[in-house]
Design a protein. Sequence first.
Lengths: 68, 550
Amino acid sequence: MDFKNLKEYLAWLYFQYLIITGIYVLEPWEKSIFNSVLFSAIAMVIYTTYVFVPIHVRLALEFFSVVQ
Amino acid sequence: MAMTAANGILKQHSKQKNSRSEDVKVNGYHKKTQVKNGPGTGVANSLPRHEPFEQAPMYVAVMTYLGYGLVTLFGYFRDFLRAVGLEKCHVAQERSEQKDFVPLYQDFENFYNRNLYMRVRDNWNRPICSLPGPVFDLMERISDDYNWTFRFTGRTIPNVINVGSYNYLGFAENNVDFLKTVAEKTQEYGVGVCSTRQEIANLSLHQELEQLVANFLGLESSMAFGMGFATNSMNIPALVGKGCLILSDELNHTSLILGARLSGATIRVFKHNNMHSLEKMLREAICSGQPRTHRPWKKILIMVEGIYSMEGSVVRLPEILALKKKYKAYLYLDEAHSIGAVGPTGRGVTELFNVNAADVDIMMGTFTKSFGACGGYIAGKKVLVDYIRRHSHSAIYATAMSPPVTEQVIRAMKCIMGQDGGDEGIRRVRQLAENTRYFRARLKEMGFIIYGNDDSPVVPILLYMPAKVVAFAREMLRRKIGVVVVGFPATPITEARARFCLSAAHTRPMLDQVLHHLNEVGDMLCLKFSRRSLAPRPDLEDRTDFHTEE
């Protein structure tokens, strides 16, 4: 498959996402609901990772006496 | 192989097959069969082709379940909206006065219909406005409210390549020269017969057809019925009853299952094409007898099909015949898809495996698929067919076959046998075989997972995920190819597929066009799951570690 530009490739990736999750068969407003729920879940995961993972890593390293 | 025409029947002289004895493996022991001269006299080919049911990678199954799960969740959400009243309900509902009665529409089938099938049903029941030949015209229809209602735009989509119709030898044609006898007979007999076979509609044309079918198959006698489904469902009750045992393959057609249930016999199901399962069931049945009284069974009937229409797999006929003879059971072979479509001269699976057709007790087939007509037949010994003429529901109560349809079958069969003086019939049989081999080889090369025997003209391509099924059908129609896609409940829920039915009327350029578009759509939708370069999973048919349920 030849993609002329990045936009076409991203459109194909979005199409794959629609097909694999089965959202392709739903009506547009249902697609929006699912996309917003998924997007907010992923945003929350990213935020939590950004805030908490460094602290947890530092505490774990202290526990194993690598860093005092 | 030299072909000679004797009495209009082409016989093969295959010296090399007769001069060595074939080993038939039964129950783990090698059994040497007798070597006789002449074709089709019991020297069976061992199953020549490997039929793996390749399994897709694990992530495909996971994503299939994910897709169904998400759409089911949205189905519950929409049902909630309908129940609360925020959305208008387009389907049948109970009346408000009946809300305390037993609910009618809450079962899974209705849920599936409302929430999954309705969303995508523009891919099925597409109206056709021409002959279903190798190309046809479709009526264009669009929906404004997400497939609850359709309207026709008035335009047609012309010259769509047809890979979904059961037109194996291309006899669905409207060429005036070929249909001359059909027109003559219509003028002579009319169109309606206005009665049943046993009353007053036993036309001489029907007797000519039955004689011809018996000659075609090499059997003593046959009887023709007006509808293929009714041939199975109405005749099995005449053959078996209470106190008999039916051993039926897992993937048998609904008509066989319906006939078996109507008959009142005990039904046991064995794993698809699995001879160990069948043998174990036969032994258990003969040892323990009927369920409570332990009396011996009156009859044991094994029901199989020649080609299974959803998988394209071919029955293991030599092994079943050996088992049948050993345990003294009867065999009912439904050749709906294989008559005319397999075998060097189109005689079906008995010719494909080079076994004697008289070994099969009841040969059944239909005229719908390879002969371009409608109806079915049952053939076998004269004693059997005479009994069926007297006792079959279809013979007594169902209207007889219509004269133009009968004449169409007669002319198609004469064409295949070569009796009309040309070699058009044999050319079509060979063209179908060549198309089948080419198509299957190219698909395997491209990397699709396909099921079935290499000789069967029914080619299912596995698609697995529900949204891919829908996108595939829509995209192929956009490229002017009409395919049939099948999902749950006709197939297991994880194995949705697109089924291609090849035809002798497809030319090589048409097949190349279909393959080219399949290649592109396969890349676009990521459908090429095959990992055939790795060792494939061992066959389902050779498994011995199964559990049979009583």
